[in-house]
Design a protein around this ligand. Structure first.
Ligand SMILES: [Zn+2]
Length: 376
């Protein structure tokens, strides 16, 4: 599936296939440098496993120590400009800054770019130059596909000017018209259920299967390359980001993981972190979610809110906060233990992911209210 031909370019980027490097440089060791520079101060206040504790020193906030990141969770080393571009197959490439991922298809008629994360920013232009200088194809970006409207995935899309054809879901356009952000011009080509984007001998299938992480998040499938791009739902090698990637509909988020696995792909571009995914990554993430649901059900059946009522009396919010904090911790405990060493940052975000499962998969949408059910 992969083409190993190295590509030379002025800035000596190495185009590689997707086999994870066993000699990858640990950018975490220098996280005060490359990763921190990429992520910037904007993210420094959020729990972020890519930012070293050194960044947090002196801020006055607690900085817990977490388990080391499993080697297999990390992607290839970045070049001096702070990015990596690699070949997936044929003329389909991926670009990462170790926090975000974009795809680019180099066609006979120009480049189709999928997402434009602001942290990669102008390195997208450098990656495109490297690829097209090597293969002799046109470097002009003719089409820009939006996975969804969120700024962290398309906030550099303004870099590609007003001539580029922007493609996204109908709801993506509506959300971007509302946001009115000059960094994210709304798509002008939209669709409802299915759209095939054919450019210069290459094709991408764009599918909408309903809301999941966001109302407008789509599946971007390259059938000729066995590759699916689906953003903010599956996280290869890592547990999902805070509260299941702050997803807006947890039952549909869970369902969309199965929908993703229903496509015939070998390679997953999940939009985040520094490496691509395999089907084993997808299956493991689904196992993690299933284990959270099972643990949340056990917690619902066993956790007694009585002591919280006793402690907080007429402060209803304090009672619920204490109950849900305890439920999250109890739900997370066995799952964290099981996945430490298997999924990176299991000790960082499993408790907040457990909250999303307990509150939204069970209580709010599952009708499982436990001790807060119908009064007798
Ligand atoms: Zn998002």
């Amino acid at each position: 599936m992969s083409d190993e031909r190295p590509i030379r370019s002025a800035d000596q980027i190495h185009i590689r296939n997707i086999v994870p490097s066993t000699s990858r440089r640990s950018f975490l060791a220098g996280a005060g440098g490359a990763a921190a520079a990429l992520l910037g101060g904007r993210l420094a206040g959020i729990e972020n496993p890519l930012v070293s504790t050194a960044l947090a020193a002196g801020t006055g906030f607690a900085t817990p120590t977490y388990a080391p990141i499993p080697e297999g969770a990390l992607g290839p080393p970045l070049n001096a400009d702070g990015y990596f571009v690699g070949r997936i197959s044929g003329e389909l490439y991926w670009v990462t800054d170790s926090a975000y991922i974009a795809l680019l298809v180099s066609t006979r008629d120009g480049v189709v770019l999928v997402d434009a994360p602001p942290t990669i920013g102008r390195n997208l232009l450098r990656a495109i130059s490297a690829v097209t200088e090597a293969n002799g194809r046109p470097s002009r970006v003719t089409h820009l596909v939006y996975s969804h409207s969120h700024t962290d995935h398309i906030g550099a899309s303004f870099l590609f000017g007003s001539d580029v054809v922007r493609v996204g879901h109908r709801l993506c356009r509506e959300l971007l018209l509302r946001d009115n952000d000059p960094h994210r011009p709304p798509p002008t080509v939209t669709f409802q259920d299915h759209f095939v984007l054919s450019v210069g001998g290459e094709r991408l299938h764009l599918d909408y299967h309903g809301p999941n992480h966001s109302p407008d998040n789509i599946f971007i499938y390259a059938p000729d390359h066995g590759t699916l791009m689906f953003v903010d739902v599956l996280f290869p090698g890592w547990v999902p980001w805070y509260q299941l990637a702050v997803s807006q509909d947890i039952p549909d988020y869970i369902k969309s993981q199965q929908t993703a696995m229903g496509y015939e792909w070998r390679t997953l571009a999940a939009g985040h972190l520094g490496r691509l995914g395999t089907r084993a990554d997808g299956e493991l993430q689904i196992d993690y979610i299933n284990d959270l649901v099972t643990s949340a059900q056990a917690t619902m059946a066993s956790l007694n809110p009585g002591p919280f009522f006793q402690q907080y009396g007429n402060n209803a919010w304090a009672i619920f906060k204490a109950y849900l904090d305890a439920a999250s911790a109890q739900t997370a405990a066995p799952v964290t233990e099981k996945y430490l060493g298997k999924l990176a940052a299991a000790d960082v975000y499993t408790s907040s992911n457990a909250f999303s499962i307990f509150e939204f998969a069970l209580r709010e949408n599952g009708g499982v209210l436990g001790p807060f059910g119908v009064h007798p």
